[in-house]
Unconditional design. Structure first.
Length: 67
């Protein structure tokens, strides 16, 4: 009888790694958006930094608990 991995089912470790990789993509996108802002657009930069901080906090907590 084939194992779950052989049957095409994702392993929990694979699911976690996929989630962490997607977190990296989201933060990269936020960094790109931040880079594209004008120097005087402090409000937008503040929003992006706050969003990035929240993403990184969740990501860091997940890594600490799982990896």
């Amino acid at each position: 009888m084939p194992s779950d991995n052989q049957a095409g089912a994702a392993s929990p470790a694979g699911d976690i790694l996929d989630l962490l990789k997607r977190d990296h993509v989201r933060v990269d996108s936020l960094l790109d958006q931040l880079e594209d802002t004008d120097d005087g657009d402090e409000r937008r930069r503040g929003q992006l930094f706050a969003h990035m901080a929240a993403e990184l906090e969740v990501h860091s907590d997940s890594e600490d608990q799982i990896v």
